[in-house]
Design a protein around this ligand. Structure first.
Ligand code: MLT
Length: 270
């Protein structure tokens, strides 16, 4: 996946762009990087321009200046993405595809950059804000991750991300994700946790979404559960909902063929 860099806002944003055609923007989750999309990039770039950035602070992108109280807001990440599209001269409306935190950012992209949006794919994500308990967990991690190190975050998170069958039969996928999380800058982890803790409830936006939408959810996802995602899709006027069997939260990497095929079907009709 050849890496390029664009200067966007106050940072150097790393990204890849592969293929030509209608533009598809793939936005990774927390605390990951664009390598989570490698199957989708390899397959879909045959027909689409697939743009996959590392969000600020992740992968090869710089973090920039961070307010230590507020972290990086979902709006800031969304503005970075719009800035990246400007920087690379992508004028056509994009299909925005976000995974989990990439989905939280997606709602901000819908709200603030709607002219750039052709369609929406939301994977394993939700529109609601955090409850107090989740906020407290995020704030604790933000306060301590620099002393803990990212490896501890990987050890804590990974058991919750995968289906039992993935853990039993595809250990290399699990190890790969562990490596990505372990090598993430603790400051970027803290900044995103604060930003996610402060993110607003976007439920009221759902009925206003005008573009075709695909909601994808791993059947065993315990972080953004199928019932939550199904209800979210039902609230969006032109949305379809697809469940991916044998996958949990990390559906796009656990069942890449199935997720890519569902995306392909959707992309054909939008
Ligand atoms: C993610 O996968 O991006 C995270 O699970 C999102 C979150 O922490 O809410």
């Amino acid at each position: 996946m050849p890496s390029r860099t664009a200067t966007v806002n106050d940072i150097e944003l790393a990204y890849s762009t592969e293929g030509e055609g209608p533009a598809l923007l793939l936005v990774h989750g927390f605390p990951l990087d664009r390598t989570m999309w490698h199957h989708q990039i390899d397959t879909l770039s045959a027909r689409y321009q697939v743009i996959a950035p590392d969000l600020r602070g992740y992968g090869k992108s710089s973090l920039g200046k961070v307010d230590p109280e507020a972290g990086v807001s979902m709006r800031q990440y969304a503005d970075d993405l719009a800035g990246l599209l400007d920087a690379i001269g992508c004028r056509q409306p994009v299909v925005y595809c976000g995974f989990s935190m990439g989905g939280y950012i997606g709602w901000q992209f819908v709200q603030h950059h709607s002219a750039r949006l052709k369609a929406l794919i939301q994977c394993d994500t939700k529109a609601t804000a955090d409850n107090e308990e989740t906020r407290a967990v995020r704030n604790k991690m933000a306060a301590h991750v620099s002393e803990w190190g990212a490896r501890r975050v990987a050890e804590e998170m990974v058991p919750k991300l995968f289906a039992d069958t993935t853990r039993a039969e595809h250990g290399t996928i699990v190890e790969r994700m562990k490596r990505v999380i372990s090598s993430t800058d603790p400051s970027a982890i803290a900044a995103a946790q604060l930003g996610m803790a402060a993110r607003p409830d976007m439920t009221a936006l759902l009925s206003e979404i005008k573009v075709p939408t695909l909601a994808l959810c791993g059947k065993e996802d315990q972080l953004t559960t199928p019932d939550v995602m199904r209800a979210m899709a039902e609230a969006i006027p032109d949305a379809e909902y697809i469940e991916i069997a044998g996958a949990a939260h990390m559906a796009p990497v656990e069942k890449p063929q199935e997720v890519t095929a569902a995306m392909q079907q959707f992309l054909k009709r939008v």
